[in-house]
Design a protein around this ligand. Structure first.
Ligand code: NAD
Ligand code: TYD
Length: 363
């Protein structure tokens, strides 16, 4: 008899921001065995898994999801009961300056993984076939944007209207995943989540970029007028939601995940400055507050105005809701960056430096 408390879970992209939070959650809170399959791009960092890396239920393999032979071999060896697919190119600005990797990993890579999963799943014994899930982790950005003058929310039936190469590549992969369910019967689930924040976040995204730029006395760039709105969710709440979904959701279902926490970018940045003024007051830059470093820079092309999620389905059907509120989550996040200088220092070299030089981030 198959015991659902001891699953083999294959996770792609487990060395990234959200994937590493999912793996830390699964190792600390469950008895499942994990295989982390990650290419280790600039965004993948095994240091984010240092706290669980020695656990005997955790295994890592460096591999590209587009490498069919290698991934097929890993399926044979590990015999996953479930796949959680997080590997992706994830940054909108990068997708605007260089989209090829987004098409390759997010679309072609997802296609390869679907095909490998399908062939593997078709050959499983019936009981395991019934329990198998291909959980595709996606974004609310597939829905396009909402007006900042309306109170409308994205629901699971909002039509897709992606704006950026990133969101278009994620929308394409969502469509492939649904097609593999409808056409081949592969038991898939899709989750579309709002913006995550928290520890181990690569500092190309707004919140960690603001924290680390401020600590280095650099300008804090706000695109356009800074009035755009995002719905922020603490990453550990997302990891908990994904576990609820992958263990409870019906094959073929979709869930939106969000924080009920709409914030203007300018307010997020000012909040971070207020926290840093309290926790790491600066005496050398000759500024009264880190807010003096805020700088408005040219807008992102095609910039989405507002994202906001209706997360009532996951609450009603699976009992999940966020536990962290934005003030406590943001304080935890700032403290984490202040207390984890080694992780930060390793990130602030190499590839990151090259990238940051090319952006419209005034130094
Ligand atoms: P991330 O950029 O921090 O991590 C992505 C990980 O995928 C990295 O470890 C990278 O090495 C790996 N990877 C990239 N290409 C690969 C390939 N070809 N083969 C194997 N591994 C590869 O991203 P994240 O923020 O952790 O996002 C994870 C997933 O969640 C993505 O699918 C993203 O679209 C989705 N998502 C992110 C957010 C967010 O706010 N960050 C919100 C909603 C959904
Ligand atoms: P980001 O963290 O890149 O996530 P996403 O584009 O997926 O929402 O950006 C969050 C918001 O912050 C978005 O509206 C763009 C804006 N932003 C800035 O104003 N300045 C910055 O330096 C960055 C990186 C983002």
């Amino acid at each position: 008899m198959f015991d659902c408390n001891f699953m083999n879970i294959l996770i792609t992209g487990g060395a990234g921001f959200i994937g590493s939070a999912v793996i830390r959650y699964l190792i600390n809170e469950t008895d499942h065995k994990i295989l982390n399959v990650d290419k280790l791009t600039y965004a993948g960092n095994l240091e984010s898994l240092a706290t669980i890396a020695n656990n005997s239920r955790y295994h890592f393999c460096q591999a590209d999801i587009s490498d069919q032979a290698h991934i097929t071999q890993l399926f044979k060896q590990f015999q996953p009961d479930t796949v959680m697919h997080l590997a992706a190119e994830s940054h909108v600005d990068r997708s605007i300056s260089s989209s090829a990797e987004f098409i390759q990993t997010n679309i072609v890579g997802t296609f390869q993984l679907l095909e490998i999963s399908r062939h593997y799943w078709e050959n499983l014994p019936e009981e395991k076939q019934h329990l198998f899930r291909f959980h595709h982790i996606s974004t609310d950005e597939v829905y396009g944007d909402l007006s900042d003058l309306s109170s409308e929310l994205f629901t699971e039936s909002t039509p897709y209207a992606p704006s950026s190469p990133y969101s278009a590549s994620k929308a394409s992969s969502d469509h492939l995943v649904r097609a593999w369910h409808r056409t081949y019967g592969l038991p898939v689930i899709i989750t579309n989540c709002s913006n995550n924040y928290g520890p181990y976040h690569f500092p190309e995204k707004l919140i960690p970029l603001t924290i680390l730029n401020a600590l280095q006395g650099k300008k804090l760039p706000l695109y356009g007028n800074g009035e755009q709105i995002r719905d922020w969710l603490y990453v550990e709440d997302h990891a908990r939601a994904l576990y609820q979904v992958v263990t409870k959701a019906k094959a073929g279902s979709t869930y939106n995940i969000g924080g009920h926490n709409e914030q203007k970018n300018i307010d997020v940045v000012k909040n971070i400055c207020t926290l840093l003024d309290e926790l790491a007051p600066n005496k050398t830059l000759g500024i009264k507050s880190y807010k003096d470093l805020i700088t408005f820079v040219p807008d992102r092309p095609g910039h989405d105005v507002r994202y906001a999620i209706d997360a009532s389905k996951i609450k009603q059907e699976l009992g999940w809701e966020p536990e962290e509120n934005f003030q406590s989550g943001l304080r935890k996040t700032v403290l984490w960056y202040l207390n984890n200088q080694d992780w930060v220092n390793h990130i602030l070299t190499g590839e990151y430096q090259k990238w940051i030089q090319q952006q419209y981030h005034p130094q």
